[in-house]
Design a protein around this ligand. Structure first.
Ligand code: Q9C
Ligand code: ZN
Length: 333
């Protein structure tokens, strides 16, 4: 299993996030990547695929915002990381926005996803890690993209949930552009991948299946309900399997079996796994109860289907178990 990672991904290190009415230390820390690398061993640097594959998924105005927001913030006399406090929820329309706070609200979905001077660089190389791991898998190899910052909450034109560029979507679109006609994404992060769902909502060529905590109780609250199935050409290629807090392997594995059966009917040329290990029993911000050994079981069930599998990293915040949990999953493939 080749591991793809770039040290520039460590540069994104916001100080804090807004959570439950107050500031808390940022959970998506660079030490997460170091903890995984310490257990996984050698990694290789990504190949630079440029901005093309990123712009094939993300809005050019949003990409420009990610690059320029820290400088605009400083110009406005602000200190610290860029964060929004006003969002255009009602009758949003395309108007020229100049004030940084207006742009920050326009291009984000929450106050948990600050932008620092190194964020663009880190997110860029996180996406390049995904694209390089994709190359390896399409060439018949096995690869894990150690993506960090993660991606699945980011939509075409917004950041959120610690995510800036949607690495799974970028890899899926790149695979489509390399003539893989049908691509499936299985998202097993604790949280619903609202960004990935949103990006492929109306498309029948990319199947999105997600197993996650019920949005009635958990972030991102507004998306991930079982009745969200896609729209237009995408009806039936979105599958949401919400589970209650306290879920253990038995129910998770049953849900994954259901997702894999649906993906099998779709008959993908490639499966992308959005792997979050915030489903682990000791995760500090989540409430499922998977064990380290369970990840190998889940991966074994995925591998049994026989599709080429690209695994890329999403969430997981228990530094002491992150490496072991990811290693367990990869061992099962
Ligand atoms: N202080 C991913 O796992 N807010 N994102 C939760 C924690 C946001 C999780 C509050 C959670 C986002 C990739
Ligand atoms: Zn998560």
């Amino acid at each position: 299993m080749r591991v793809v990672f770039d040290p520039r991904q460590l540069g994104h290190a916001p100080a804090r996030e807004f959570h439950n009415g107050g500031w808390t230390p940022y959970a998506e820390v660079p030490a997460r990547a170091e903890a995984m690398l310490a257990v996984l061993g050698a990694s290789e640097a990504p190949v630079d695929h440029g901005e093309g594959p990123i712009l094939a998924v993300h809005d050019a105005g949003y990409v420009d915002y990610l690059k320029t927001a820290p400088a605009r913030w400083a110009e406005a006399g602000r200190e610290g990381d860029v964060i929004a406090y006003t969002w255009p929820v009602v009758r949003r329309r395309d108007i020229d926005l100049t004030r940084i706070d207006a742009l920050a609200g326009r291009y984000s979905m929450d106050a948990a996803t600050p932008i620092t001077a190194n964020t663009w660089d880190a997110a860029y190389w996180s996406a390049q890690a995904a694209l390089t791991a994709l190359d390896i898998v399409l060439d018949g190899g096995q690869a894990f993209a150690l993506c960090r910052p993660p991606g699945h909450h980011a939509g075409a034109d917004y950041c959120g949930g610690y995510c800036h560029l949607n690495t799974a979507a970028i890899a899926a679109q790149a695979a489509r552009d390399r003539d893989r006609a049908r691509v499936a994404i299985l998202d097993i992060d604790y949280h619903h991948g609202n960004g990935t769902q949103d990006i492929f909502w109306s498309r029948g060529d990319v199947f999105y299946a997600s197993i996650h905590a019920d949005p009635a109780t958990d972030y991102p609250f507004y998306w991930g309900h079982a009745d969200e199935v896609g729209e237009g050409a995408g009806v039936g290629t979105t599958l949401n399997l919400p589970l209650p807090q306290g879920t253990t392997l038995e129910a998770f594995r049953a849900a994954q079996g259901h997702a894999l059966a649906a993906i099998a009917r779709f008959a993908p040329d490639l499966l992308i796994v959005s792997l979050g290990v915030d489903t682990w029993e000791g995760d500090p911000i989540s409430a499922f109860r998977l064990t380290t050994a369970d990840y190998a079981v889940l991966a074994g069930n995925i591998a049994a289907a026989g599709w080429p599998v690209l695994t890329l990293m999403e969430g997981g915040y228990a530094l002491e178990a992150l490496g072991a949990n990811v290693a367990s999953f990869l061992s099962g493939l």
